[in-house]
Design a protein. Structure first.
Length: 94
């Protein structure tokens, strides 16, 4: 577990948002910039998320990241979860 990271996420929504940004950008530095956090913080969050799930989500290289098979499955599910959360929020606001 990455103990340098003070971030904790009880409901998984933040984890899903961080994961999806990294998956979209295919680069931790670019994803971190998009989320307005530091690259080490993003890397820590991804490492914690992978540890909690017990799977590797990305294959890492020097300049980019590639989703693993588990990562591709999670990308689809995470987007569904965020869409449902947003729809539920809108249902209560209208």
């Amino acid at each position: 577990m990455c103990y340098n990271c003070l971030w904790k996420d009880k409901n998984g929504i933040v984890s899903a948002e961080v994961f999806l940004a990294a998956a979209r950008e295919e680069n931790f530095t670019h994803a971190a910039e998009q989320l307005h956090i530091t690259q080490p913080t993003l890397s820590c969050r991804i490492a914690d998320f992978e540890e909690k799930l017990g799977v590797k989500l990305f294959t890492r290289s020097n300049h980019n990241i590639i989703l693993t098979e588990d990562g591709r499955l999670l990308k689809r599910r995470a987007q569904e979860i965020l869409n449902l959360a947003e729809k539920t929020k809108q249902d209560f606001l209208t």
